[in-house]
Design a protein around this ligand. Structure first.
Ligand code: NAP
Ligand code: MG
Length: 493
């Protein structure tokens, strides 16, 4: 069992080599419900010694365990079984995700369904990894083998805990890699619960290991470990930079899914009601704790004032509430740390721009890390609230004057994860799409994300892609094989 309960507080260990193990140091750390600020679990804190054990287990499983000879078809079957387990346990997993992150239960249910879909998708893709035959000018046969990269170290954030784990584990397993996953210390619970079924579905020991603990210790040790072949990281740009530097010492492969300050662009001719909805949904879904949040709302001057007014009116309807209540549309932020961080941006925003709505803590809650959905307007794109990722329910509305101005402002950011453009003019829509320096661009929508399509950023939003066949590629090496068919000696000497 992953956990045991004492006085309502569950305790969890690390999952290493198919077993639940305490940390070498014996240390644990608390995990909270951000809506009540109460401790809901105590989790083993992994350090360098635990990382070493987990990496050795993953290494052995990759180099000589049964996984090394498991066929692609059977790996696919394991992934299908993982998906089935997720679907069977989805009510419990959604509830745990909801309680641990503070996200509304309805959103948590969507997340868990997406987790299952992700495993199904990569279960199917496992048998579609194809090489090539290369037309070399020799009496020879040249072809490629696609082989797993090896041991993957996977470090994930707290905003979509089990979904981010799925985006990393599913393609890695489809490719034949073994994994050491480190969830964010705020939100390890669903990944740990998920591990309960690993033995049952036929994952050999050591193929997936899960370590809890702070990034600065457990995460850093994983990145530095010479037994790890690749690091897949999702998180902030600041930590991404630290990871790239550390990974350089062992020349690991690195893929990074980092933050953003994504523009959501509204032209005068866009559908009005859909636009107002899209502006709010783009930035307030999941409490704004979304890497692709449309946190810069660019609005054409002709409709600007009316747009801010309409957004403000509609934002009043966003129901903040207890995460487990089905009509809640916004829960608390994930942690005290994040609450303090977002609150400091609210104070900064009041100096840098005008407040249309929000700007503080909602009065109705005695407890919990709640923040009002906040709309700043008349924001200059050079303001810090327009340049820095806030990762909370905070929108910066910026006016623009025509297409060229919109593109200029949209691209004037160090980030390049996502963008959206709203217009009924197909010429304009595609001109803007082509001009935007971002890895994901939506037209007349913002945020839909599907496992079939690639996900990742330009510029300081990272490199590499997740999802779709692109996500699988990142876990594959390419081996070139040359087979000489000419039996005569080379005759060179
Ligand atoms: P974070 O502080 O960068 O942390 C992300 C992960 O890295 C956590 O597991 C963290 O551990 C770990 N970590 C921290 N320092 C580390 C170090 N020195 N070495 C190795 N690992 C380390 O980000 P966050 O606050 O959890 O999440 C928010 C960020 O993630 C935002 O910037 C957001 O945009 C980004 N994000 C991006 C995507 C995407 O797909 N592009 C998706 C979701 C989130 P601990 O927290 O446990 O200490
Ligand atoms: Mg952190």
């Amino acid at each position: 069992m992953s956990s045991s309960a004492t006085a309502g507080i569950r305790t969890y260990k690390n999952y290493v080599n198919g077993e639940w193990v305490a940390s070498a140091s014996g240390q644990t750390f608390p995990v909270y419900d951000p809506s009540t600020e109460e401790v809901i679990a105590e989790v083993a804190a992994a350090g360098a010694a635990d990382v070493d054990l987990a990496v050795k287990a993953a290494r052995a499983a990759f180099d000589s365990g049964p996984w090394a000879t498991t066929t692609a078809q059977d790996r696919g079957r394991v992934l299908f079984k993982l998906a089935e387990k997720i679907r069977q346990n989805s009510p419990q997993l959604a509830e745990i995700e909801c309680r641990n992150t503070g996200k509304p239960i309805v959103e948590a249910e969507y997340d868990i369904a997406d987790v299952a879909t992700c495993f199904e998708y990569y279960g199917g893709l496992a048998t579609k990894v194809l090489g090539s035959v290369n037309p070399v000018p020799a009496n020879a046969l040249s072809f490629t083998l696609r082989e797993p990269v090896g041991v993957a170290g996977q470090i994930i954030p707290w905003n979509y805990p089990l979904l981010m784990a799925a985006w990393k584990l599913a393609p890695a397993l489809a490719a034949g890699c073994t994994c050491v996953l480190k969830p964010a210390e705020q939100t390890p619970l669903t990944a740990l619960e998920f591990a309960n079924c690993f033995g049952e579905v036929g994952l050999p020991p050591g193929v997936v290991n899960i370590l809890n603990g702070p990034g600065e210790t457990a995460g850093a040790a994983l990145v530095a470990h010479p037994g790890v072949d690749k690091i897949a990281f999702t998180g902030s740009a600041a930590v991404g930079k630290i990871i790239v530097k550390s990974a350089a010492d062992t020349l690991k492969r690195v893929t990074l899914e980092l933050g953003g300050k994504s523009p959501n662009i509204f032209f005068t001719d866009a559908d009005w009601e859909a636009s107002i909805d899209g502006a709010l949904f783009g930035v307030f879904i999941n409490q704004g704790e979304v890497c692709s949040a449309g946190s810069r709302i660019l609005v054409e001057k002709k409709i600007y004032s009316k747009f801010v007014e309409a957004m403000t009116e509609k934002a009043k309807r966003i129901k903040l509430g207890a995460p487990l209540e089905r009509d809640t549309k916004m829960g608390p932020l994930v942690s005290k740390e994040q609450y303090d961080r977002v609150s400091s941006y609210l104070e900064l925003g009041k100096k840098e721009a005008k407040v249309a709505i929000g700007g503080g803590r909602p009065k109705q809650f005695g407890k919990g890390y709640y923040v009002e959905p906040t709309i700043f307007y008349d924001v200059d794109n050079t303001a810090r609230i327009a340049r820095e990722e806030i990762f909370g329910p905070v929108a910066s509305v910026i006016p623009f004057d025509g297409e060229a101005d919109a593109i200029r402002i949209a691209n004037d950011t160090p980030y390049g994860l996502a963008a959206a453009v709203w217009t009924r003019d197909i010429y304009k829509a595609f001109r803007v799409v082509k001009s935007l320096r971002a890895g994901i661009v939506w037209v007349n929508h913002m945020q839909p994300t599907y496992v079939e399509a690639p996900w990742g950023g330009y510029k300081q939003s990272g490199f590499g892609r997740e999802l779709g066949p692109w996500g699988l590629e990142e876990y594959l090496e390419t081996k070139q094989v040359f087979v000489n068919l000419d039996e005569t000696p080379i005759g060179w000497y």
